[in-house]
Write a protein that binds this ligand. Sequence first.
Ligand code: ADP
Length: 668
Amino acid sequence: MSDDYQDTIDMILEAATFGELNTAMKDLHMKTRPLSAAVLVDLVVARAIGEELRDQLRRGGTKALVVEVPDGGWAEPIGDAIKSLIGDLAYVIARSSIPRGNDLNDGMLPKKLREGRVAVGVAAQPDRTLPPLLLSLAEVRVAVVAPDAEMIIEVIRKSQGGRIPKEASTLMPEMLSFDEITALIDRNGNAVETVRRIRAAIERKTGTNGSRNDSRPLPRLEDAIEYGDARTWALSLRDDIADMRKGLIGWEDIDRGCVLHGPPGTGKTLLARMLGEACGVPVVVSSIAELFANSSGYLNDVIKALRKTFDEARAKAPSILFLDEINALPNIDTVGDRNKDYWAPVIFDFYTLLDGAMSVRDGVIVIGATNRIEDIHPALLRPGRLERAIHVGAPDAAGVERIMRHHLGGDLADGDLENLAIQNVARGATGAVVMEQVRAARRLARRAGRPMVLADLEAQIVEEETRTPEELRRSAIHESGHVIAGLAVGSTLDIVSIAMSGGNGGCARLSMPTGTLVTRHQLEGVVMSLLGGRAAEQLLMGEPSQGAGGATDSDLARSTGMVASMEASLGLGHSLLFRALPEDAWQLLREPDFRRRVEKLLDELYQRTIDILHARRPALEAVVEALLKRRFLTGEEVESIIESSESVVENRESMPAQGGQRQPVATG
Ligand code: ADP
């Protein structure tokens, strides 16, 4: 045992008072800590407390100091380091958590202050953990910033030595706690292994909070093209957080929240985790609906559960709090007067927690998710709160292919997945569905005792064809009609398919580029694309089938609903009168006058669609033949078929080209 240790042991043995024993024990504690802890603490303290402040403290020029540390584990070691920096003059109160019983007072503090000592409070959440007296006296407040990659490299170099791998500079250790870092950098380890362990710990932290039923590593945000606008938002947030860490911008300059909306399984939770990994911050996953369901239903319990969730995110801040099923939060405007009194405290508490978590420095980024955006109260989307709603829909063909590749890992590396991806798009498969398909294919191969082959995956996706050739032809004509009419009015085509898929005989995925405000011309275009299927059947087969109608999501139902909403809701028909929400406008069809107007416009649009298809008949027929041969075509393939089909598509109905959103006109 070194002399150094012996001194401390002697101090312990010879301690005459409890105070002396306490000091000696602390001394021993410090000396037996891994070397990395001492190095780390020295580095962060040197960065946080500059020369000038240090001198001031030593001279007693500053009477009280508050030091905010990244997590509770830092409090004691930083407190010790500051004590040895200032010397005997210091009276340090280090709090690693909120004191039990919430009594924040420190009995000795007034006396120590009277004696002229410099009071130093060290805590992760000073305002909630340090004595109010100290807080009110503190002239100086400093923040110890969590160590970055550069600092970790320095600690490894000093405590372990050896060659440090280059990729160490890309580590994002900010989310690791003091205890985790010091446990990972042990004295006997080597640098390469240590960097690998730190990276794995960071990945575990970003990827394993909450339940993930998918053991693959997370996809990279950069690659996840299927997320569209949501990916753009996430990438820019990632860059902002990096700038904030460099001190270029403040927390208040950062877009701290959004609501992701779209069907279940489209990867909203996954996106939050990917963002966490990209930013190097932990992700807390919770669901408002589950939270309500799991508490007894008493208001107090609901509020407690909410607070616990926010507390967890704040304790890990900077962090991402993902709140799924956010529509379960009752809407104060629609709960009714009696329920209003009941729910008001919960709703009020929720907004207080939300505003609190998002506003503090290095706070919480909150991502809400819902598949019912229409139920979200506008107060949640106010500036400073979740602000924007971003749609996450079923992926397009390129997106599905990327998701398939992700879940396949290295399997089927030579397999051509394009056709399977297109079939998945045709059935509107989400990322979760694709994951299940790959899993089922893998199971099939495992049971057969051989590596996976493309047929295993096909078996999950391709449905057996039961239609007669005549029925298939009609289906090809119907879908081609949607395609030709859609392209003529300025839509773009992702894919068209006549394969049986999810109970549907075919589909054309078209989208109309629109601004955020859709015009009459554009909506008429969407209706004409919808009517294109029936019009093509009439044109090429002499009479249409009932395939365009019959269901509430059929071509005819959607066209009728759209024209009705133009007339009664959007001010894009004959009248400016607002009479219903767009989705309710069809209910006015009971009124004879209204019905006549809607019917007249529908007839007009149908006739214009027939005219368009008539003028493009060679192109229409060429697409039908290609579809019958191949079953699926991509937008690009269709473009080239049309080009080579002599019918040079002239006189396209001119549509104002606008950037921005796209109006989906996927048709079945
Ligand atoms: P949501 O939150 O929208 O309901 P999840 O994020 O829970 O959807 O997705 C469920 C699972 O589906 C994920 O764990 C993942 O395996 C798979 N998945 C969904 N979207 C994607 C995607 N874009 N890329 C890879 N896998 C995905």
